[in-house]
Design a protein around this ligand. Structure first.
Ligand code: DNO
Length: 355
């Protein structure tokens, strides 16, 4: 396991590179140029800047999360040709800097979605929470109006540039079926995977979070069956996965250790975290520890271990603890504790095998 840690960039993250370097067994940052809108080319000099900062702190920049995919590509609009060209340019610039894995997602309109950024738990810590009833009956067009009229409304995973166009985006997706989205993904992959092979950059799609349709929008990467379909769209090993245990695991029908064992050779990046699922399907992000949530993190790590996983892994979202003021889900403390839990399991498995 090549352990890495998400870092939002100088001046954009309260966690320093030095902090990250001090987490045992952590070798690199997971990064992005967050200020560059989806669809634009990442300039080589900006990439070089991050590389130099990271390397000065003794960390690598092998994993980028994410190079976001422009909506025209997901919608299959004529504009996609230009945006795919731009995507390819960014891939080339990243390869030149030594990047090995690009994480991306193919979720229409939003990235991850929660209803509460700081739901308090019994011990006083807070965490991201998803309450189905607050989403499932919401009319997206009404919501778009509220958002448009109120600059203070922000939702996790909703990039400002998308928020500004919410009504148009919902309108554009009105007639896009799940099958359309699959074929638009296939089109995108046919374009970029040959280049990924040439550049030796592994593409790693992130599952949809939560793994079901929200606001009536189609969603693809939601189950084992759909992961299989996605990998089958292009059989190249460069067409791979970011296996996020917390995203797929929010649906209790998804057996994460089984998914890992089934597709281990195509998992280039592991996001490992736990969630506690309530009877009505709501869920909260807990500590990484198995006992605290609904996902057996021991079995998750064991599945990677047994598969001889040598790819990149990061702790995923953590709780907000010890009065830390941080980005929702991205505090230093709980994610660092998560890393130690993951290493604890891994090292114990290694020892057992040596005996
Ligand atoms: C949330 C993240 C996601 C992820 C993207 C990948 O914290 O796991 O936002 O970065 O879906 O493209």
């Amino acid at each position: 396991m090549n352990m890495v840690f998400r870092w939002f960039g100088e001046g954009n993250d309260h966690v320093s590179l030095q902090d990250i370097r001090q987490i045992p067994g952590t070798k690199g940052i997971v990064w992005a140029l967050h200020d560059i809108p989806a669809g634009e080319v990442w300039p080589p000099e900006r990439i070089e800047e991050v590389k130099q900062q990271a390397e000065a702190a003794g960390l690598h920049i092998d994993v980028v999360e994410s190079v976001n995919v422009h909506e025209d590509i997901k919608l299959g609009l004529p504009g996609r040709e230009q945006y795919i060209e731009n995507y390819k340019k960014t891939m080339k610039h990243l390869a030149a800097a030594g990047v090995k894995v690009i994480c991306y997602n193919f979720m229409p309109v939003f990235d991850w979605l929660r209803t509460d950024l700081a739901r308090e738990m019994e011990d006083g810590s807070t965490a991201l929470f998803y309450e189905g009833s607050r989403i499932e009956d919401v009319d997206p067009f009404e919501l778009a109006k509220t958002v448009a009229g109120n600059p203070d409304v922000t939702m996790p995973g909703w990039e400002p540039e998308r928020l500004a166009h919410l009504t148009e985006l919902f309108e554009a997706y009105k007639n896009v079926t799940e099958e359309d989205l699959w074929s638009n993904l296939a089109y995108f992959l046919d374009e970029i995977i040959p280049l990924a092979e040439e550049l030796d950059i592994k593409m790693a799609i992130h599952p949809d979070d939560p793994p079901w349709s929200v606001f009536g929008l189609p969603r693809l990467i939601t189950s084992k069956e759909n992961v299989k379909r996605m990998l089958g769209l292009n059989d190249s090993p460069y067409n791979g996965l970011t296996l996020c245990s917390g995203s797929l695991g929010a649906n209790p029908d998804n057996n994460i250790p089984d998914i890992i064992r089934s597709f281990s050779d195509r998992i280039h990046f592991a996001h490992i975290r736990n969630v506690k699922i309530f009877e009505n399907g709501d869920f909260i992000e807990t500590s990484h520890r198995t006992e605290d949530g609904s996902i057996d993190i021991y079995e998750v790590v064991k599945a990677y271990y047994d598969s001889g996983f040598t790819g990149y892994a990061r702790p995923d979202h953590g709780r907000h603890i010890w009065n830390e003021k941080c980005r929702p889900g991205y505090g230093l403390y709980d994610r660092a504790l998560g890393i130690m839990y993951l290493w604890g399991i891994w090292d114990a498995l290694e020892r057992q095998e040596e005996k």
